[in-house]
Design a protein around this ligand. Structure first.
Ligand SMILES: [Zn+2]
Length: 114
C-alpha cells in the first residue's frame, strides 16, 4: 500500500460526514510514527470537530516523537465520495504545525500531493 492509500483508509474512519481528513506522520526513513483522523466530539460545551492535524500533534507529543525523530513529515489527506480533494490545513492548524520542526504535505483540488 502506498502512503496515500493508507491515508485514504484512515480518513474513512472519520465520523465527520462532510470532510474526512487524515494525517500520517512519517520518519525520515519512511516509517509511520503515528496516524490520526478528524473526529466529531460530543462533550461540554457541545459538539466540535478535532482536526486530524491537532490529533496527530497531540499523539506525536505523547510519543515524544520530536525528541526521537528528526525530519518528521506529515501527510494530510481529505477524501470525499470521489477520492482525494483539497486538504490544505486551516489557519488554526497551520499556526499549530508551524510550531514544530516538521514538513507538511497535503493534497490540492486536483488530488495531487503538494
Ligand atoms: Zn484545522
Amino acid at each position: 500500500m502506498t502512503s496515500q492509500e493508507i491515508a485514504i483508509r484512515i480518513a474513512r474512519y472519520s465520523n465527520v460526514k462532510r470532510a474526512k481528513v487524515s494525517a500520517i506522520a512519517f520518519s525520515h526513513s519512511g516509517e509511520i510514527i503515528a496516524s490520526a483522523h478528524n473526529r466529531r466530539v460530543c462533550g461540554i460545551p457541545g459538539i466540535w470537530t478535532e482536526h486530524a492535524e491537532e490529533v496527530i500533534i497531540y499523539k506525536l507529543n505523547k510519543l515524544k516523537a520530536f525528541n526521537r525523530f528528526k525530519n518528521i513529515t506529515i501527510l494530510v489527506i481529505r477524501v470525499n465520495a470521489r477520492g482525494i480533494t483539497m486538504s490544505k490545513p486551516c489557519k488554526k492548524c497551520q499556526t499549530l504545525l508551524k510550531q514544530y520542526p516538521i514538513s507538511v504535505l497535503y493534497s490540492g483540488w486536483d488530488g495531487q500531493i503538494h
